[in-house]
Write a protein that binds this ligand. Structure first.
Ligand code: ADP
Ligand code: F6P
Length: 481
């Protein structure tokens, strides 16, 4: 087995299999913030990515991507149910997103979550060379840092959570809270999107583990099974560093797409097909209940009902890529959204002039860039989101200083893109007003906002994120006294 000095461990590999129109199987970048973010930085780095290909059963053989080796993990049907659809996406995902849907606590899922985490840790231990850096990603693999530490005390371990970390009172509901906290704190550096998350973890570490928790470091007992440490012990203690590292996008990739003739022509064609004189409201999401799609449809539908927006002047494009389709909550959401889109088009559309274009399909990067260029108002309204890279992609995709970004206050991106039109998506009246405000905004105001947001993401792109995290991780090499 070839070993690497940098190993990334994530639930998903950055590739999805896709059946091409001619029936051939091809590999395509998987939708989702994590894959996009890491793909950009690892393509030219000698590293190994341990993850799942999305196929059930035996792991497929996959080609390297540039200098990046892929180590596919097999996932069985039972594991998919208990680990991915169950504990990760029906327990942790809703709980970590402010319980906007009720988390399900099913005792049967835990063992599967734990055993899959162990298999991922074993695979990472196998491909990590002595003293390697291992970077574990997201809530699916929250036990891996501690498991890996036990298997390979020589490696330096980072953990990054792409989603929000909940307030202590929500985390405390988790039946397996102690194991999950210890698992994550097996890392040398635990990174979050927002500083509040580090604060929440420090409070929990103090309460549940008797650790000394500050917002940038947690001092805790080195032994994972030891009883809670007393505050003044100095021997056998570990320091776990924590901090906020807001994830970003590959701005250069988006700029080079912008300049491609295909993208420019495609954007022109889209504008013509949507109606040359029409203002375009665009949303691009995984079809997920955290994204606030229903709130946004309600706001748009009421604007049409009240005659404040007319189908002859404005059109909405909602891209909603299928996601986690075997999880009950997601199926129900898709049904509700499709019914509502049908209702809105039935009530307000005209022949050859729908109120909403609804696209439930994956797009490649060039077509996404063309869509972003066509939007007059990008509408990003999650009820809770760790970051939301779509908001940043929209800003990077603009070729000039036009276009407005309407952005939920509950997306991590809102703390950085302060020049967006910030909105509380739970307040449908406020959302309607903000949409009207963005549609009517003065071009000089829009230009000033867009310039400021573009400057921000240019200086804080995905490469800056990876540099900041990996530099800090290097400083956090184990300190056991
Ligand atoms: P999440 O990680 O919750 O999916 P983000 O907004 O952070 O949310 O990231 C979504 C990523 O998925 C973005 O990079 C976006 O371009 C990509 N994406 C969204 N919709 C599609 C689609 N229909 N086809 C391909 N990629 C998509
Ligand atoms: O960004 C959050 C996240 O859960 C990633 O970990 C994940 O890859 C992405 O959303 C898409 O979700 P999934 O992998 O379940 O399709």
């Amino acid at each position: 087995m070839r070993q690497s000095s940098l190993v990334v461990v994530a639930n998903r590999l950055p590739l999805d299999d896709n059946v091409a129109p001619d029936g051939a199987c091809e590999w395509r970048r998987s939708p989702g913030g994590l894959a996009g973010a890491l793909h950009a930085i690892l393509e030219q780095t000698p590293a190994t990515w341990v993850g799942w290909s999305g196929a059930i059963g035996e792991a497929p053989r996959l080609p390297d991507i540039g200098t990046l080796r892929l180590r596919p993990m097999s996932i069985s049907e039972d594991e998919l149910r208990g680990y991915y659809e169950g504990f990760a996406n029906s327990t942790l995902w809703p709980l970590y997103h402010d319980a906007v849907e009720q988390p399900v606590f099913d005792r049967g899922w835990w063992e599967t979550y734990r055993s899959v985490n162990r298999r991922f840790a074993e695979a990472a231990a196998e491909v990590a060379e002595p003293g390697a850096t291992v970077w574990v990603q997201d809530y699916h693999l929250q036990l891996v840092p501690q498991l890996l530490r036990e298997m390979r005390p020589d490696v330096v371990i980072g953990f990054f959570l792409h989603v929000p970390f909940p307030p202590p009172e929500l985390f405390m509901q988790l039946p397996r809270r102690l194991e999950l906290l210890r698992g994550m704190l097996g890392a040398d550096l635990v990174g979050f999107q927002r500083p509040q998350a580090a604060h929440n973890v420090a409070q929990l570490a103090a309460k549940l583990l008797g650790a000394h928790g500050a917002d940038d470091a947690i001092t805790m007992d080195a032994s994972p099974t030891a009883p809670p440490a007393t505050h003044n012990r100095t021997e056998g203690q570990r320091i776990v560093r924590t901090g906020a590292f807001p994830v970003s996008i590959d701005v250069a990739e988006m700029r080079s797409l912008n300049a491609r003739p295909y993208v420019v022509n495609q954007a022109r064609r889209l504008q013509r097909d949507l109606g040359s004189h029409k203002r375009v409201l665009l949303s691009v999401d995984r079809l997920d209940y955290t994204k606030g799609i229903e709130h946004r449809l309600t706001a748009y539908s009421e604007l049409l009902r009240d005659g404040l927006v007319k189908v002859r002047d404005v059109v909405m494009v909602q891209v909603a890529v299928p996601s986690r389709e075997r999880v009950e909550n997601y199926r129900g959401l898709r049904d509700r959204i499709e019914r509502e889109v049908g209702r809105i088009n039935g009530e307000y559309g005209r022949v050859g002039e729908p109120a909403i274009h609804y696209l439930n399909q994956p797009f490649d990067r060039a077509d996404l860039a063309a869509l972003y260029q066509t939007a007059d108002v990008m509408v990003v309204t999650p009820l809770r989101d760790g970051m939301n890279l779509v908001a940043k992609e929209f800003v990077a995709a603009r070729r000039n200083d036009t276009g407005a970004l309407v952005l939920s206050e509950f997306a991590g991106a809102a703390a950085e893109l302060e020049d967006a039109f910030l909105v509380n998506p739970h307040d449908v009246d406020g959302l309607k007003e903000t949409l009207l405000h963005a549609l009517a905004a003065d071009p000089a105001d829009l230009a000033a906002r867009m310039k400021a947001m573009r400057a921000y993401i240019t200086a804080n792109d995905i490469h800056a994120w990876a540099r900041a995290y990996l530099t800090e991780l290097d400083l956090a090499r184990p300190l056991v006294s």
